[in-house]
Design a binder for this molecule. Structure first.
Ligand SMILES: C[S@@+](CC[C@H](N)C(=O)[O-])C[C@H]1O[C@@H](n2cnc3c(N)ncnc32)[C@H](O)[C@@H]1O
Length: 376
């Protein structure tokens, strides 16, 4: 009797009915070998129908099996394909500016940079139809099979490694659920932001562990600052989607919103944003017993301007390193300003040590962005 080989069985011993989208296993296999074939067919989306003794697929089984034969079953999900479930899309429609985006009669140009099988695009189109809004979406995906499925469904999705697509500032909205592996999703978000018109908005589903363990990494710090402008509550762990919200994903996730690079820098460098961040830092100290006590101790114990300023700098740095629910919202780029404000308030006689003031930020009308979004 020939020895069992999974690859050969998938290649030669399956009966595929492309019209009905069914697959039957031809040879009699031992229970152990059959279990291997069944496991692959189940992972590809095939459901066993006992009455008919075959696996029923909703997508073309031939293309799916061809994918296993070309990439190998272990690399089946090498592009980290996890379609966005309805519960997350519904959250986006209720709790992000998508709730009003495109509500005027203007067409909204949308980019989906890693479209998968088009889950987000389809849900957006259905939402647009229901709400009478005109979303026109362009998409990319690196996996040719996903692209085939999208194109079969009439979606405008091209095959490409999105990170190599030349940016054009053409889009009012980027809606994305990028591959999460490592910090890869940050690269995708950074690149996607370059496709926004100056008044555009990017909405992305993201994992959450980078928020708590950013370890001073510049890319995580960048994302946190960008997301803090418009999505503070989504960075709060009480609002995370539980593990398992995505089928097969065992980590929590959340949704963040970013502006165009130009608009974000304008806010981050504005006087109002800086002043409200300094206030929030002061509020944190006043309400956080441990930090308040430490400041008191500095006042009692430390002698001399140099040592005092150094102690305040160390305290500020340790607060900003600590990523708890209470400190996530503190904007890290203002660290120097936080030190200045603490020394000013608590140790005015040493304030001269910090007289090298940071550059004066520009004035900004913070209401402008929302006004622009509402007419979009
Ligand atoms: C988490 S899935 C999300 C799919 C889809 N956005 C959705 O929400 O249903 C990530 C998708 O990114 C695609 N992908 C991975 N790397 C990519 C790249 N460099 N360029 C474009 N697409 C990529 C994968 O093929 C996969 O379909």
């Amino acid at each position: 009797m020939a020895t069992f080989n999974l690859f050969n069985t998938l290649k030669n011993d399956l009966e595929i009915d492309t019209g009905e989208r069914t697959v039957s296993v031809i040879p009699q296999l031992s229970p152990k070998n059959y279990a291997q074939v069944k496991s692959i067919l189940n992972r590809l989306g095939g459901d066993w129908v006992t009455q008919k003794q075959h696996f029923q697929f909703s997508k073309c089984p031939q293309a799916l099996i061809q994918r296993v034969l070309s990439v190998g079953s272990r690399h089946l999900n090498s592009f980290h394909f996890y379609p966005t479930p309805e519960v997350i899309f519904n959250y986006i429609t209720q709790f992000t500016p998508l709730s009003f985006f495109g509500a005027s009669e203007k067409q909204v140009r949308v980019l989906e940079p890693s479209a998968g099988e088009g889950s987000l695009i389809r849900q957006l189109e259905a939402f647009g139809k229901m709400e009478g809004r005109d979303f026109v979406t362009d998409g990319f995906d690196i996996d040719p099979l996903n692209v085939i499925f999208c194109q079969e469904a009439g979606l405008n999705v091209q095959q490409a490694d999105f990170l190599n697509v030349e940016p054009v500032e053409n889009y009012d909205l980027v809606l994305m659920n990028p591959p999460f592996n490592g910090d890869e999703f940050i690269k995708h978000i950074q690149h996607a932001q370059k496709f926004l018109k100056p008044t555009g908005l990017l909405i992305s589903i993201v994992p959450t562990q980078w928020i708590k363990t950013f370890d001073g990494k510049a890319n995580r710090m960048w994302l946190l600052e960008q997301a803090q402008i418009d999505s503070t509550t989504d960075l709060d762990e009480n609002n995370f989607f539980e593990p398992g919200t995505f089928k097969g994903v065992s980590i929590p996730t959340t949704v963040i919103c970013l502006r165009s690079c130009q608009s974000a820098e304008q806010v981050l460098n504005s006087k109002q944003y800086r002043e409200s961040s300094i206030k929030a830092f002061g509020f944190y100290i006043d309400n956080h017993g441990k930090s308040w006590d430490k400041l008191h101790r500095i006042k009692m114990d430390v002698e001399g301007a140099d040592k005092t300023v150094e102690a305040v700098q160390m305290l500020t740095a340790s607060i900003l390193r600590d990523m708890t629910a209470d400190t996530t919202h503190l904007v890290r780029r203002y660290e120097e300003n936080y030190v200045v404000s603490l020394v000013d308030q608590w140790f005015p006689k040493y304030a001269y040590k910090l007289q090298k003031a940071p550059p004066e930020p520009q004035q900004l009308n913070l209401g402008l962005f929302l006004d622009e979004l509402q007419v979009a």
